[in-house]
Design a protein around this ligand. Structure first.
Ligand SMILES: [Zn+2]
Length: 178
């Protein structure tokens, strides 16, 4: 037996197997809401308010985990998983070469991503690796909100703005798929 069951708006569960012996192959996704400043950590009340909002906007489905705050204590790269398609220069729109980007990431990793400044190879403008145009969005954060396998995704622009207001800092949404 092979079937696809659509659960929620984006979740696809592939079911393979026979009779009572079912093996589920599941792809998971997360909404991660990161501050636009990678080093930003909110006070606990603001973090809780923002987390409660995300929980209301995107409650976790049966196979998910409810909204929570994550603080890994150092700046990390928050990637989009298989949603990542391409990246480009925020100034001139030229495609960014993956090999060049990997070299910049290796360099930035030496400062544990505290220094993300780089010069674009296309137009020689100083910018941050956090501000390259990633399709889908990606970024850097020490602290973030996340919900696994939410019932509703994506968030509306109004919801994203509300979470930023509750946090006291603008945010960016990363839609992660693995
Ligand atoms: Zn450029």
């Amino acid at each position: 037996m092979l079937g696809l069951v659509h659960c929620g708006s984006q979740r696809i569960r592939a079911i393979c197997g026979d009779g009572g012996n079912r093996n589920d192959v599941v792809s998971d996704h997360w909404i991660r809401v990161i501050p636009t400043d990678p080093a930003f950590v909110p006070d606990s009340a603001a973090g809780r308010r923002a987390c409660d909002l995300l929980q209301g906007y995107a409650p976790a489905g049966p196979s998910g985990s409810p909204a929570r705050q994550v603080d890994v204590g150092h700046i990390a790269f928050i990637d989009a998983g298989s949603n990542f398609e391409s990246m480009s220069c925020p100034w001139c729109g030229a495609a960014v070469d993956v090999e060049w980007w990997q070299m910049q990431m290796d360099h930035a990793a030496r400062s544990e991503f505290r220094d993300l400044l780089t010069r674009t190879p296309c137009c020689d403008v100083t910018t941050s690796l956090n501000d390259l145009h990633y399709e889908w969005p990606q970024g850097f954060a020490r602290w973030w909100l996340e919900v696994m396998n939410p019932l509703r995704s994506p968030l509306s622009q109004e919801q994203v703005t509300s979470i930023g207001d509750a946090l006291g800092h603008p945010v960016r949404c990363i839609y992660v798929h693995y």
